[in-house]
Design a protein around this ligand. Structure first.
Ligand code: 26M
Length: 819
């Protein structure tokens, strides 16, 4: 078993001491925030020893390491999770109780480190948790944004963004490491020097601006194994000391510029999800953290080894989408210009080290940088990309003589743009999608030419989630119940054991316990909603939940149109029986995504009308949970009855929320998209509510110019009615224009887009019918309980531990370590 981390008395003493030395207060006098800090520092104390031991083990055993490069790490709160992974949560809770401190209240004092947008960032955080838990040497590499994902307020039904000053009270868990600072250079020009003696050419960057990248290390605690890995996020500082040097030399302007550059680079996370905007600052951010991380990685390797050709034996770089793919050219630059290798050697190393994960097929998400911008900012990196492209196109022409169409599609540089995905595929030794369906679509549609030319690179790694945060921490009641029923806690590191719950699927007593736990979790969420939204919801009603980023392809609009339809039904047929429902939404819209913001407003408008209509006797409630984030997500998943996963088939690469709902016993109401396909495969189609067009059907329509929404509009009076209600003032206090754009988007081609691009009207009837099946199933309490339980029992595949094992076995080939 686990060696005790917490001598209770010593821990209590330490907390008391911390409150004293940090704040000159007693426990009784300290504010909750101060207590949170005091407790966190005490926990960090305990982590540090394992952190040192882990790093010492790495030093000694010299294992192969993965550098997981990502613009985003959506970590969520650290305190509770660290205690869970140290298997000390309960002891610490008790110790604090004895001091008169409520651990849950302290946890609520911690700001969510929200250094990510959504799925891609949260996946990175789950992966770090699994890597540490499975005992693999891993570095997360990212940016220490001063402001993370904005805080969302709803004012008068509209989303308002507030800055997320997450560091304002300091961060107890991070460690500044100035001794590992690196210089990163931007702009200027490249001078070519020819060395007569060696016959070598050197490329010297001149007239550049630069910043100092300073790393902050963040401990990633493995579960029950004393492994503590590192997430290294980079801060930027000006390199020239403003006052003392440049100012005196009269180089005032340059000093100010470098000061500003440093401040700007890490100022804020771009809140776009699945959308590329082409902002220069974003490219600066990308190069900044990639260059610093690679310099540090190569330096680390060289401390122990002198043969760079063997670098691929000791490190692998996983690029989380195209955002860090400038790593390919930057590694080449370091090997060519700083390490003096020849092109062929450098290329051999780079292509053995770099691997790429694709997270989306949405065309608007593809990163294509204007060449003039790119080459101005990264002149030497750009030269290298030109050479990569030149050599690659020679190969294409060799393999496909005369096929200039292939060249056009596969080139890295084309039409004045640098296509990052193409570079990642050309240079990466592995290209993976994130769910089976998604990978198939990549191979046979989006990336078909690349797949045909280099099939061996392509592979699938279906996403996963960590059960430590999303069950043990988020749902302690169910967690304890599972442990009791399975007679072991081993599911914490082997989620396949959950299948042992199947034997309770027909046990009345067990099913009742399971549903009682769901009920208590619904009460907890109802309390949260009352406190945060002022809306009262009935925990006996069906909690139907859609929480995820707001995007048209995710079809929150379909969901709310259906709510409008149900409301019409209830009003028109008050005599018909209707099972009470609560529709819960949570979603942030990218600040500049107007249509997404209109959908948020619509949801809130429908909520206002429906929730205040006394005539429907509370049968229908609509709640929009403000500021959806990791910490409230944990509470929401635990309380959900129905998991809404209704993206237009083919558009959602995987989804990971779907897995968190399943883990917590909520059946999926969804399309055959992303990982839903595999969820259904695991749990059985009879334990899910599947509807709508298949991905093949969607792709077919798309290739043939779409479909005619008027067919549906004219043929289905219920659909027509809700669509008309967007512009008849029902939900806008008589304003006929408020939702005109949404109305138009469903019926008319707009801005060069097809009408109803996401097949909302086309899928509406099938969705409504699936919702009827949900209601019928829910009325049969035993049937529902069994379904819900089977979802939990069949979720084993969706642990990120399984995903990471696959990455390790098939891509990374890491050495296992023990501390
Ligand atoms: C791009 C350019 C500029 C600013 C921001 C971006 C950007 C940021 C995040 C683009 C995409 C971003 O994330 C995409 C994402 O989260 N994709 C999701 O990845 C999950 C993990 O694999 C999948 O489960 C989801 O299906 C997929 O949508």
């Amino acid at each position: 078993m686990y060696s005790p981390r917490f001598d209770k008395r010593a821990f209590k003493h330490e907390v008391t001491e911390n409150v004293k030395t940090l704040f000159r207060k007693t426990i009784e006098e300290a504010t909750p925030q101060q207590l949170y800090q005091a407790v966190s520092y005490a926990v960090k104390e305990a982590i540090i020893d394992d952190w040192i031991a882990t790093q010492r083990t790495y030093d000694k055993e010299d294992p192969k390491m993965v550098y997981y490069m990502s613009m985003e790490f959506l970590l969520g709160r650290a305190l509770g999770n660290n205690l869970i992974n140290m298997t000390a949560y309960k002891e610490v809770k008790e110790a604090l109780d004895e001091l008169g401190i409520d651990l849950n209240l302290l946890e609520d004092q911690e700001p969510d480190p929200a250094l990510g947008n959504g799925g891609l960032g949260r996946l990175a955080a789950c992966f770090l948790d699994s890597l540490a838990t499975l005992g693999y040497a891993a570095y997360g590499c990212g940016i220490r944004y001063r402001y993370g994902m904005f805080k969302q307020k709803i004012e008068n039904g509209y989303q308002v963004e507030k800055p997320d000053n997450w560091l304002k009270n300091g961060n107890p868990f991070e460690l500044r490491r100035p001794e590992y600072a690196k210089e990163v250079r931007f702009g200027g020009n490249i001078r070519v020097e020819y060395d007569d003696k060696t016959g070598k050419t050197h490329f010297v960057q001149e007239n550049y601006e630069s910043v100092l990248a300073v790393p902050y290390d963040y401990p990633i605690v493995g579960y029950n194994n004393h492994v503590v890995n590192t997430l290294r996020i980079w801060d930027a500082e000006p390199i020239v000391d403003f006052q003392l040097e440049s100012f005196d030399r009269g180089d005032y302007h340059k000093a100010v510029e470098q000061q500003n550059l440093a401040k700007n680079i890490v100022e804020v996370l771009y809140p776009n999800d699945n959308h590329y905007a082409g902002k220069e600052l974003r490219l600066k951010q990308q190069y900044f953290f990639v260059s610093a991380s690679l310099q540090a990685a190569v330096a680390k390797y060289k401390r122990k080894h002198d043969d760079l050709m063997k670098l691929p034996e000791k490190m692998v770089i996983q690029m989380n989408d195209t955002h860090p793919t400038v790593a390919v050219a930057e590694l080449m630059r370091i090997l060519l210009d700083e390490e003096d290798l020849g092109w062929n050697e450098a290329w051999e190393i780079t292509t053995k080290v770099c691997a790429y994960t694709n997270h989306t097929i949405m065309a608007e998400a593809l990163e294509k940088w204007p060449i003039d911008l790119f080459s101005r900012l990264l002149p030497r990196v750009y030269q290298i990309i030109q050479e990569i492209d030149r050599r690659f196109l020679i190969q294409v022409r060799e393999q496909y003589p005369g096929d200039e169409n292939k060249v056009r599609k596969m080139a890295i540089l084309r039409d004045g743009q640098v296509r990052m995905a193409n570079m990642a595929i050309v240079a990466g030794f592995s290209v993976n999608g994130v769910a089976r369906l998604h990978t198939e679509i990549l191979k046979h549609q989006e990336l078909r030419d690349f797949y045909e030319m280099m099939p061996q690179k392509f592979n699938n790694k279906t996403n996963g989630i960590t059960q430590r945060r999303f069950l043990m921490h988020g749902n302690p009641l169910l967690s304890d119940w599972v442990t009791e029923k399975l007679g072991t806690k081993d599911w914490a590191t082997d989620l396949s054991l959950m299948s042992g719950l199947k034997k309770w699927a027909d046990d009345k007593e067990a099913l009742k316990e399971f549903m009682d736990i769901k009920y208590r979790n619904k009460e907890r969420l109802a309390k949260y909603i009352l406190e945060h939204n002022g809306v009262e919801v009935d925990p006996r009603s069906i909690f139907d939940v859609q929480v995820k980023r707001l995007h048209e392809y995710k079809r929150q609009l379909l969901n709310i149109l259906h709510v409008m339809y149900l409301y019409n039904q209830i009003k028109e047929h008050p005599e018909k029986s209707f099972y009470p429902r609560t529709f819960i939404f949570g979603a942030k819209a990218s600040a500049g995504y107007i249509r997404a913001k209109q959908i948020i407003k619509l949801i809130n408008s429908v909520a206002e009308v429906v929730n205040n209509d006394r005539s429907i006797n509370g049968k229908l409630k609509v709640v929009f949970i403000e500021d959806y984030k990791v910490s409230n997500a944990e509470i929401i998943f635990a309380a959900a009855d129905v998991s809404e996963q209704i993206s237009t088939a083919s558009k959602e690469a995987s989804g990971t929320g779907n897995m968190k709902f399943m883990l917590n016993g909520a059946p999926t109401l969804g399309t055959m998209d992303g990982a839903n396909v595999e969820i259904v495969e695991e749990v059985g189609i009879e334990n899910a509510f599947i509807f709508g067009l298949s991905s093949d059907e969607v792709i077919n329509f798309e290739n043939n110019g779409g479909y005619d929404p008027y067919e549906i509009y004219n043929g289905d009076p219920d659909v027509r009615r809700v669509v008309e209600q967007l512009v008849d003032g029902t939900y806008s206090h008589g304003d006929h224009e408020m939702y005109r754009d949404l109305y138009n988007s469903l019926l008319k081609p707009t801005d060069g887009n097809r009408a109803d691009m996401y097949f909302i009207l086309k899928d509406f009837r099938a969705y409504a019918q699936a919702q009827e099946r949900v209601e019928a199933a829910y009325r049969d309490r035993d049937r529902w309980a069994k379904m819900a339980l089977l979802n939990t029992a069949c979720c084993g595949k969706f642990s990120s531990d399984r995903t990471i094992r696959e990455y390790v076995d098939e891509i990374w080939h890491l050495d296992h370590i023990e501390v």
